[in-house]
Write a protein that binds this ligand. Structure first.
Ligand SMILES: [Zn+2]
Length: 229
């Protein structure tokens, strides 16, 4: 990728596993430091080899997909989100487990954590989630357009408003690059389960898709969505 386009995928727990002292110097709460220091030898003996192998397998698999279509996905999504692709780089750490969703991103600086054992990160879903997480760090143009359009329409936008745009865009892009890919939100039933998502999906299909296809502008797409909301 990301060699050209910049995500370093690393095996996060290597550091923790290699250096016991890194737990002490990580600046964590002392109770947590003590618990981790006590658990570390057990973790190392029982789990680390398996988790390390799973992390390496995940990294190798996603690197193959990235070599194939990583640059195209970055280019397409940067154009749609009207932001330069995440630069200079986004750090991606891979762990056996991360959070309930299987991936999360913290900002300032951008730092992504991906779970190698999460079923939602298998195969091309891992590729999709990687790009999904990066878009969380570059969604401000989309947010500004959305906020302005809802303000003009005199409507309140929903909670976490750029998220369905990220799901839709990355899902559609991944499916275009890897025919047969079922987007994450579809595979996990998000479009059917979350009431805001149920409501916005037809608007995304109509207006956001028209913007993706280049027939209307970002501002026009948001205006249509806000008016129909
Ligand atoms: Zn997300």
């Amino acid at each position: 990728l990301f060699d050209a386009s910049m995500v370093q995928v690393t095996n996060a727990l290597t550091r923790l596993s290699d250096e016991a002292s890194s737990v002490r110097s990580a600046g964590l709460d002392s109770g947590l430091t003590n618990a981790l220091t006590e658990a570390a030898p057990i973790y190392r003996a029982l789990w680390w080899l398996r988790h390390d192998a799973a992390n390496r397998r995940w990294i190798a698999a996603v690197r193959t997909l990235l070599a194939e279509h990583g640059d195209s996905a970055a280019q397409i999504e940067a154009r749609i989100f009207q932001r330069p692709w995440a630069s200079p780089s986004v750090r991606v750490d891979v762990c056996a487990y991360t959070n309930w969703a299987g991936a999360y991103t913290t900002e300032g600086p951008s730092h992504m954590n991906m779970a190698s054992l999460s079923p939602g990160n298998r195969g091309t879903l891992g590729f999709e989630t990687l790009f999904h997480e990066v878009l969380h760090t570059m969604d401000d143009s989309v947010f500004t357009a959305l906020r302005d359009a809802f303000h003009t329409a005199g409507k309140r936008y929903f909670r976490d408003p750029t998220h369905p745009f990220i799901f839709y865009t990355v899902g559609a892009t991944t499916a275009k690059l890897f025919p047969g890919h079922v987007p994450y939100a579809e595979a996990m039933g998000l479009w059917a389960r979350n009431p805001d998502y149920v409501r916005i999906l037809p608007l995304l299909r109509q207006h956001w898709q028209a913007y993706i296809d280049g027939t209307i502008t970002l501002a026009e797409a948001m205006r249509h969505i806000a008016e129909a909301w």
